[in-house]
Design a protein around this ligand. Structure first.
Ligand code: PLP
Length: 398
């Protein structure tokens, strides 16, 4: 990727490994190979019909012009409704912004606030884009390693030890990608106490998987638990994962007004407004029925149980049962070092057997001593059964 005209900032980052693996699977399929792709993080459900209808109507009504950079007032009201109703955060249209996916909100927030040499504390394993965005913005990534034994959650003491005077952000992601880790309220409160001692630290709470929790505990999030930290917590959400709208690219963020305005200032020179038609869809998604979310979650729970049982029955593979999201981070350490130099080599072997997954190294697994791969269980039960059969055959063939 390097070249004489590439900037130093771009040289610091890698392309998204999840997109790379998905593109590879697509290319093999186009060559006629039978590949099951469990590499991508998107629900396989159809976008709800009332959302599709709202977008078709917006198109017919000619809503094809620029909108305000940070979103229409209708979409901002819908996002504020979501934060208040679903996450318990006192949001108003004045302190929310709409972006082209949650990813863009995170990109703009970090780029608007980081300078060279600043530090960003990121729990590992992490979502692929967090460290790359932080590095692009010139910051140093400080990994906060977690392990399957601690259900991929870090302690308040470990956080305290990771913070320095240069720390500008802590990135929190619950339920988490790629681990499915969910932080309970008492642990978030303990994290809040650490933050009380470090007023220079902003917190990104990425709650994009909030509806996908498999226990009956209510969703816990820092901005709701500690409203007094509101001046430095940015909560990110959206409709991609919750409402099967990944391609429509709508994300929401709420936080202190200075930060929301800073993100919009940057957005005014990057994408401008998010897609007008998609915004109309997001309004319908938030204002329309929500009851199907529970049904979708139950379907995901069944798939999770199917995949975890199958993984844990294959010698050399193991996984904890994730509490949320639709990923299962599988430990394959016993298989690495012999036939396979690293987990990327194992991933390519599985691809040869017709299943695309993403190696744990793409998610910073090395910081946690973890070699393995992430399985996305956002696919139908029959597809998942066939994929697990192929993985078993591939592992047994070693
Ligand atoms: N945050 C996490 C943890 C994710 O896994 C993703 C997508 O994979 C996003 C944010 C961004 O979602 P989108 O930009 O599709 O809304």
């Amino acid at each position: 990727m390097s070249g004489p005209l590439i900037s130093a900032a771009l040289e610091r980052i890698q392309p998204s490994q999840t997109s790379a693996m998905t593109d590879r699977a697509t290319a093999l399929r186009e060559e006629g190979r039978d590949i099951i792709s469990l590499s991508v993080g998107e629900p396989d459900f159809a976008t709800p019909p009332h959302v599709v209808e709202a977008m078709a109507k917006a198109l017919r009504d000619g809503q094809t012009r620029y909108t305000p950079v940070g979103g229409t007032s209708a979409c901002k009201r819908a996002a504020a409704l979501h934060f208040t109703r679903d996450l318990g955060i006192a949001a108003t249209p004045a302190n929310v912004t709409i972006s082209a996916g949650g990813k863009q909100a995170i990109f703009h927030a970090l780029c608007a606030t980081l300078d060279a040499g600043d530090e960003v504390v990121i729990p590992a394993p992490w979502w692929v884009s967090y460290p790359e965005i932080a590095r692009f913005a010139g910051a140093n990534v400080i990994p906060l390693p977690t392990t399957p034994a601690s259900a991929f959650r870090f302690t308040a003491e470990a956080l305290e030890a990771a913070i320095t005077p240069r720390t500008r952000w802590l990135l929190l992601n619950s339920p988490g990608n790629p681990t499915g880790a969910v932080f309970p309220a008492d642990e978030l409160l303990a994290i809040g106490e650490v933050l009380d001692r470090h007023p220079q630290v902003l917190v990104m709470s990425d709650d994009i998987y909030a509806p996908l929790r498999y226990s009956d505990e209510p969703h816990a999030t820092l901005a709701a638990l500690r409203p007094d930290l509101a001046d430095r917590v940015l909560t990110v959400s959206g409709v991609s994962k919750s409402h099967a709208m990944t391609g429509l690219r709508i994300g929401f963020a709420t936080g202190p007004e200075w930060l929301i305005r800073a993100m919009e200032r940057l957005q005014s020179h990057s994408s401008g407004n998010p897609c007008s038609i998609s915004q109309a869809g997001a309004v319908a998604a938030m204002q329309g029925p929500q009851d199907f979310l529970g049904e979708w979650r139950d379907i995901f729970r069944t798939r999770r149980d199917l995949v975890c049982a199958a993984v844990n029955a294959i010698p050399g593979l193991s996984t904890p049962v994730p509490d949320g999201a639709f990923y299962c981070l599988t430990d394959a350490a016993p298989l690495i070092g012999g036939a396979f130099r690293d987990d990327m080599a194992l991933a390519l072997h599985l691809l040869d057997h017709g299943v695309a997954i993403v190696p744990a190294s793409s998610f910073g697994g090395a910081h946690c001593g973890l070699s393995g791969f992430r399985i996305s269980f956002a696919a139908g039960a029959d597809t998942l059964r066939e994929a697990m059969r192929r993985i078993e055959t591939a592992v047994k063939s070693i």
